[in-house]
Design a protein around this ligand. Structure first.
Ligand code: ATP
Length: 329
């Protein structure tokens, strides 16, 4: 029995969460869910986008499933607060091709590992007399930790190569440290090939020859940009899951936002949320059930017509979820 915190959020968040719970309920894993709130709706009710109760519960759970929230200008971001409070230092974004999906590449299986706690998203910005500055914090400890995490991910998933993406020729001190820690960690993994690319070249190669990548490890801002680029290579936001992992906690969320333009219509694609749940099952060590669910999803994407409009079908979110559930064997 796993204790799961569920944060449906706003917009399409609740419907993709309901869809994911509907399919994982049919698996042979027992979850004890507690639903708590965050985001815009929560702000309107309680005056905060992320109540202490939500943070505390997520800390005590085996894992958290997070739908999507609408940003409330001038308030603190619920997802960034959760990443900080739960010390979720690694953001994992798979870039994987799925059969039956209209995408630029049909053969990709890349894992992007993004440092989640520092870099240019440290939140230190200030106005100066000429404009403004932002501080890019890179520490040896966080760089070592994320690089070790990336190599361990590679090792545990049978991957053979890790590429550090940085810009150490221009950012000599900050990315110099990141690069040095990468190669120090690499020495402990002689069976895994280590490589490096400047971020501009990496952005080009991702479009031109993405097969050269297996695992990418990079700092916060570069990872944010490259992982959205990656999602674009394999079918877009409806199919992009993510995991935020720390030493004690983990949170799983689709990459897409709350999509206010389609919220309430019941037509959002539940795949990214279901793929996030699959990452959660793997994290919990339930790899057999994870594979079972992935097979059912792939079966529907590849052979079924019960698909949401963004995938070319006319099904509702829950109809597609039901179809996936019916294919679980
Ligand atoms: P945010 O700033 O929270 O990321 P956004 O509006 O920039 O929000 P999304 O909410 O991810 O980005 O939406 C971008 C576009 O993709 C919208 O047109 C939306 O309808 C579409 N979209 C996002 N997620 C899905 C989904 N699961 N199914 C179908 N369409 C989606």
């Amino acid at each position: 029995m796993y204790n799961l915190t569920v944060i449906p959020g706003d917009g399409i968040g609740p419907e993709v969460t309901e869809a994911a719970l509907h399919v994982i309920d049919a698996l042979e894993v027992n979850f004890n869910y507690t639903t708590v709130y965050a985001g815009e709706g929560c702000f309107k009710e309680t005056g905060t986008t992320i109540p202490e109760e939500t943070i505390d519960l997520a800390k005590q759970s085996d894992a958290t499933l997070f739908g999507a929230v609408t940003t409330v200008p001038g308030t603190k971001s619920s997802i960034i607060t959760l990443r900080k409070e739960l010390e979720l230092y690694a953001n994992l974004r798979p870039v994987k091709s799925y059969p039956g999906i209209d995408s630029l590449y049909k053969d990709l299986d890349i894992l992007i590992v993004r440092e989640n706690t520092e870099g240019l998203y440290s939140g230190i910005e200030e106005y100066t007399s000429e404009g403004a500055t932002a501080t890019r914090i890179i520490t040896m400890a966080a760089s070592e930790k994320i690089c070790r995490f990336a190599f361990n991910q590679a090792k545990n998933s049978g991957r053979t190569k890790v590429t550090a993406v940085h810009k150490a020729n221009m950012l000599q001190k900050t990315d110099g440290i990141f690069r040095k820690e990468f190669f120090n960690v690499a020495e402990g993994f002689p069976e895994i090939e280590s490589d490096e690319k400047y971020v501009d070249a990496a952005a080009m190669f991702l479009v031109y020859k993405p097969q050269i990548f297996n695992v990418i490890v990079t700092t916060n801002l570069f990872g944010d940009i490259l992982s959205d680029e990656g999602a674009g290579l394999v079918g877009g936001l409806g199919l992009a899951p993510s995991a935020n992992i720390g030493d004690k906690n983990a949170l799983f969320e689709p990459v897409h936002g709350s999509a206010p333009d389609i919220a309430g219509a019941g037509i959002s694609n539940p795949s990214a949320m279901i793929l996030s749940a699959i990452m959660m099952l793997n994290y919990l060590g339930e790899s057999y059930e994870a594979q079972k669910l992935e097979n059912a999803l792939l079966n529907v994407l590849n052979h079924s017509k019960v698909l949401t409009p963004d995938l070319g079908g006319s099904a509702k979110t829950m109809e597609m979820a039901e179809e996936i559930r019916s294919k679980l064997i």
